[in-house]
Ligand binder design. Structure first.
Ligand code: GDP
Ligand code: MG
Length: 808
């Protein structure tokens, strides 16, 4: 895995100074533009000399193969080269180059050759067509796959070797179209246009061709080099549908390789094909027919084509070059694409292109009684249907998804869907907490043993106290929850991969709408049970800005797994078995109810705007693969452990130090006067109404860094306290009491419940706050979240505690 990097990181032709030479590595950009450049002679491995390149000079003059050519500066930025200076630097760094005897370009050629061995590929396709599965297999990566739309919200880059080439593979978010309606669509479009990948790998769900090929038609408009992965090929075969692949490949004028992303079938061949196409595009001679696919236009029908052509001519007359396919631009302008309108008006300040666009649009409307935007969509679907009519026979008697229909009769039933969903939730939490208890006990015993071992082996003093009370008990009190977190993630993964999560979102849609949210908001909310940070990032799949912001603001109400440790300690201390499971589930439900109330409140008063209707996609159920589920679960577990070894270790040490110092001979005096106690006591008055003493107050305060720290702080504070009181009444220190016992001695059930509520609701951890800031784009909303959660937690806990004290 590599961080996101620019796909043209090296020197560009436009950087070449007058008199300098360079060797061409690759020509980016697409279609007609690229062809023109290549035909001018700018092909891989050719030496270019800049004859005249002054900063304000446009075009720039070059000598190439003894011809002089001039290129626009903007075109020259699409050509990657190796320059002389670069080559010299490499020679210094590399032993395998001989110093230049002749000032020839050997080194430059060598480096260009090496760099030309890199192919940048971007995965583009509908949500849920298997892009991430292919990405994972190809790049040996561990990204999460999920059987619902919108799992990939960011791009992932993987690097691997295949067939003598290095591939930079980018997994982009799934989109149905390339209009500018959702952030993903814009994102994918921007990536294609700005990062100029060498090949677009269009992944297509073979069991859902018509809709998937719609996106393909838009990619064809962009005039880019494409290879198609016909994925879900196993399902296509099982369904009994007949598809003539070579015919489809001819019609669409692109190579098609059947693949099965789930088990990796065909993926090797897919990348062989990509290499073949890549090598083909770098040749300027057209004799090699096998790899040179012609470029087709998606025919939109006579009338529309006329509109497209006249707008395209107008664009060209205004100096729009084919760097961005003018055909694509013309079509998108006819579709009233806001972003490309903006782009156009930047390059055409007097607005005549857009004026012409408007005229064409209104004329079309008058003549055809249909707006041109929907006409374009219809024409594209007509093209796809036409193509499929020639090469595809659907098996009407297919039983492939009959199982899906049967399960959905229950899972999305008007009434039965809800109890089923509640049962699934209950089963999930029951397994998490009940089964998780066993490994948890073992880990707890292990840490207890470790603590007493160190205690026996070392003399008393700050170091021993740091190890035993700080590190071992702090980190230990959090690490014991690893099994439960893994189990919870296992369930979430299975629900996602099987497709049930999408049903949950579907049946929740009606409720969600009442709150000004989307059914789609539900998936990030459920993900919030794992960790709020990815959940907030997952809101990107919600097209509607208002719903998206609202969802972000209420995700902190979703009880993340970091809160599990302290829940377990508190419920375990006062309530056992089934009662504990119910309380735990109650907490999750209260969080959800609060989320509903807050969403309603905010959509009424703070977050303005309309919400749009949408279609929720229900993919067929698929048996999750064990590999994917386990990998996903483990990835999360690893993140948890990583957090443990950094933030939580650090926080444990700080908390320990604050409670150990200043030291005093009298242990009681020290316990009451440590820095920690001082802080706790300072805020205690404010927390009294909720029923918290200073230790609880301090623990809550410490949890702001990461929620797990609430548990570890209690671990440290109560064990220091116990040790000191143990000292005074002479009991055996090495017999380390369990934290639960300590808690039981220091809290009442009522204050424990009040604390559970407070922890559920109060301010999100620092990472979540930052995530809200990043995703909403404003600190305002992050701070708003901090403020409302603290107030809400305090009010709810206080009301609960005060009423409880009255009744009990
Ligand atoms: P993405 O949204 O395009 O990234 O799709 P994912 O890679 O997350 O896959 C969506 C679902 O389809 C997952 O449940 C995969 O296990 C499943 N899947 C992916 N490729 C195939 C395939 O070729 N055949 C079958 N049967 N399932 C697949
Ligand atoms: Mg994906």
């Amino acid at each position: 895995m590599q961080p996101e990097q620019d796909l043209l990181p090296n020197m560009l032709l436009s950087d070449l100074q007058t008199g300098e030479r360079g060797v061409v590595v690759r020509v980016a950009g697409h279609g007609a533009f690229r062809k023109r450049i290549i035909e001018m002679g700018f092909i891989k491995g050719v030496t270019v000399e800049s004859i005249q390149n002054a900063p304000l000079n446009d075009p720039i003059k070059y000598r190439i193969m003894n011809f002089e050519v001039s290129l626009r500066r903007s075109d020259a930025t699409k050509i990657e080269i190796v320059g002389e200076q670069e080559a010299e630097k490499e020679i210094v760094n590399h032993d395998d180059f001989q110093p230049l005897d002749a000032p020839d370009c050997d080194a430059m050629h060598h480096i260009a050759e090496e760099r030309g061995k890199t192919i940048n590929v971007a995965l583009v396709g509908n949500p849920n067509c298997g892009k991430t599965s292919i990405f994972n297999i190809a790049a040996h990566a561990h990204e999460r796959v999920g059987n619902y739309s919108g799992v990939t919200v960011d791009e992932k880059v993987g690097t691997f070797e295949h067939g003598g080439y290095t591939f930079n593979l980018v997994d982009l978010p799934g989109t149905y179209s390339l209009s500018a309606y959702s952030p993903e669509e814009l994102y994918v479009r921007k990536h294609i246009l700005e990062k100029n990948p060498d090949i677009i790998l269009n992944v297509v769900d073979g069991s859902n061709l018509e809709r998937n090929l719609y996106l393909t038609t838009q990619l064809i408009d962009m005039d880019i080099t494409m290879v198609m992965a016909l994925n879900m090929y196993d399902e296509l075969q099982r369904s009994g549908d007949k598809l003539d692949i070579s015919q489809l490949s001819n019609l669409l004028a692109m190579p098609i390789v059947p693949t099965t992303g789930r088990n990796g079938d065909g993926i090797g061949r897919l990348f062989d094909k990509i290499i073949e196409v890549f090598e083909g595009t770098n040749k300027s001679d057209k004799s090699d027919k096998s790899t040179n696919f012609r470029h087709i236009h998606v025919n939109h029908g006579k009338e529309l084509e006329r509109c497209i052509t006249s707008l395209r001519t107008e664009l060209r007359d205004h100096g729009f070059s084919d760097t961005l396919s003018t055909r694509f631009l013309a079509i998108k302008l006819l579709e009233n694409d806001k972003q490309l309108e903006h782009y156009t008006s930047e390059h055409d300040p007097d607005g005549s292109v857009l004026k012409m666009r408007d005229d064409i649009g209104s004329e079309y409307l008058k003549a055809n009684h249909q707006d041109i935007e929907s006409a374009v969509t219809d024409a594209k679907y007509a093209f796809v249907r036409g193509a499929l009519a020639e090469c595809y026979v659907k098996n009407e008697k297919s039983t492939l998804h009959a199982g899906t229909d049967r399960i959905d009769a229950l899972a999305t039933h008007k009434w039965l869907g809800y109890p089923l969903f509640l049962c699934v939730l209950f089963f999930t939490f029951f397994c998490t907490f009940f089964i998780g208890q066993y490994p948890m006990d073992w880990i707890e015993a292990l840490f207890g043993w470790l603590g007493s071992l160190v205690e026996k082996a070392m003399p008393a003093g700050p170091l021993r106290s740091l190890l035993v009370d700080g590190i071992i008990s702090g980190v230990g009190s959090v690490i014991v929850f690893l099994p439960q977190i893994l189990i919870l993630y296992l369930f979430i993964s299975v629900m996602e991969d099987s497709g049930y999560m999408a049903r949950a979102a579907f049946i929740m849609d009606k409720f969600m709408h009442h709150m000004g949210l989307h059914g789609k908001s539900f998936i990030p909310m459920i993900m919030g049970f794992g960790c709020n940070v990815p959940a907030i990032m997952a809101t990107r799949t919600i097209e509607d800005r208002k719903s998206r912001l609202l969802t972000m603001l209420i995700i902190p109400m979703m009880s993340c797994s970091a809160r599990i440790p302290v829940y377990v300690i508190l419920t375990g201390a006062f309530f056992g078995g089934v009662k504990a499971a119910f309380i735990m589930m109650g907490l999750y439900l209260i969080g959800m109810v609060m989320a509903v109330l807050m969403a309603k409140l905010f959509s009424r008063f703070f977050v303005k705007g309309e919400s749009l209707p949408f279609v929720m996609e229900l993919p067929p159920y698929r048996m999750p693969t064990a590999k994917a589920v386990l990998r996903h679960t483990w990835e999360k577990g690893k993140e948890y452990l990583k957090k443990m070894s950094t933030i939580i270790l650090g926080a444990s040490i700080i908390v320990w130090a604050l409670s150990y110092y200043p030291t005093h001979e009298n242990p009681h005096y020290q316990a009451e006067h440590s820095y920690m106690a001082q802080i706790g006591k300072a805020i205690e008055p404010a927390m009294r109404p909720c029923g918290f003493d200073w230790r609880q107050s301090v623990s809550l305060l410490a949890g702001v860094g990461a929620k797990e720290v609430v548990a570890s702080t209690m671990g440290v504070l109560y064990s220091t306290g116990a040790e000191l009181s143990d000292l005074s009444d002479g009991t055996d220190l090495s017999d380390k009491a369990e934290l639960s016992d300590l808690v039981r001695n220091n809290m009442t059930p009522l204050s424990a419940l009040s604390m559970l509520l407070f922890i559920l609701l109060y301010m999100p951890c620092v990472s979540t706050i930052v995530a809200i800031k990043n995703e909403s784009g404003k600190w305002k909303w992050a701070l708003f979240t901090v403020a409302y959660t603290i107030i809400l937690a305090w009010v709810v806990a206080t009301v609960f505690y005060q009423l409880g004290s009255l009744i009990l």
